[in-house]
Design a protein around this ligand. Sequence first.
Ligand code: AMP
Length: 486
Amino acid sequence: MYFTDFDFEDEVLDALDAMRFEKCTPIQEQTLEPLMEGRDLIGVAQTGTGKTAAYLLPVLNKLCQGGYPEDSINCIIMAPTRELAQQIDRQLEGFTYFMNVSSVAVYGGNDGQRYEQELRGMARGADIIVATPGRLISHINLGNIDLSKVSFFILDEADRMLDMGFYSDIMTIAKQLPKERQTMLFSATMPEEIRKLAGDILTDPVQITLALAKPADGITQQAYICHEGQKLGILNSIFDNESSERVILFASRKTKVKEISHTLKKHGFNVGEMHSDLSQSERDEIMFQYKSRKIDMIVATDILARGIDIDDIRIVINYDVPRDCDDYIHRIGRTARAGTKGRAITLVNVEDQEYFKRIEDFIEQDVPKMEIPPTLGEAPAYEPKGKQKGGSKRRGNNGNKEKRGGNGRNRNNRKRGGKPAGGEKPQATKAANSEKPKEKSPIAASQEGTPKQQGDKPKRRRPHHRNKKRGNAKGGEGAAPMADNK
Ligand code: AMP
């Protein structure tokens, strides 16, 4: 199905055209119509499926049609993490390039300047607020924000928000909103708690379930069954033979991330790290450096597993096995985005075998087990349900010792030097900035490596040729936009 098959306003069609979106993804195909009709909706879909556009486009279409108060907040989008909030806001910026619709991202951080920007943006009545729950609550508590005119309430990655303990925050926010509104809840999974939340905040929702969370077809999955001490050697051997550019390496704990990042730097890898000990500006900078290819690889906790939209990640490495099957899907879903191809490599130590087997059962696939370089010694057998003795059986010794040294030499494609030593803050960068496109297009706006000045002032971009005058929906005759679905 094509976007032109839907009854979108010219402004929206122009935006889609500029973003080069032509065909709907399956989630868009199924959700656009009920959402454009004003129905509440539960969308069970993971990131990478196009769910952001699925909920943004109907809202933008309605805002373009007019009838909503110009100086009030019309839409609240909630996201579990700053990274996802920024990501949504960037996509929004791409779409609204030709529209008279403004947005502010409200996601916290201990930056006074940011806070002021958020305040100004909210005071000026941005049409759309993209927010993390904690930060929005603090603005509500301080009386900074008026939610009484909101017509659209969207929860993105709702399961993640509940995992992070935001149930009561979400309910507090929902209670501030008008009863007459359109509510959309997107979640990768539908555990009982999500059903309960949906029951509390949605009215007669349509439920669209995309096939249960499964890895995208374009991802080639591989696993190395190994001892913990062999992992670094395996990484070296992988990148002996290919570039370490466009790689994300996940580890479960931030101490581990720091340790691995330090070790990889010592071994000549061009690495940045991402975890919750970093300030927002440090996180932004790492993302910017990665997107502008100043660093090859990011070593990250699961903070980066969801919502980060970088289209050309080649390889995801799980340095350890996530305990949660969803986290595995989300981590490896960073590669092979939007129909491309990628590789996901998991290093499975003896202790993690049982967890890896659970993941294989969950995704209903046996992930191919790769041979570890013979120079690294004996590997354990893969006996997730049995008792591993450790080092009892060699896997993958193909006898080709010369080819796979595992010593970090011969990394032809790897950038070396010119990077800060471990622990030093990476330099940002005139050079990096000079790579930014000179004239920002809608696509550039949506993909930009650094966040825009969210909150500085609500965007009022150049008016569209068919820009309509927007009146007050709530008071206007026959204009109550959500009246028919509640
Ligand atoms: P999401 O699942 O919303 O994070 O989207 C994943 C990626 O797919 C983003 O880079 C979107 O810009 C892109 N995308 C979403 N819908 C479409 C579409 N219909 N055509 C092309 N790209 C799309």
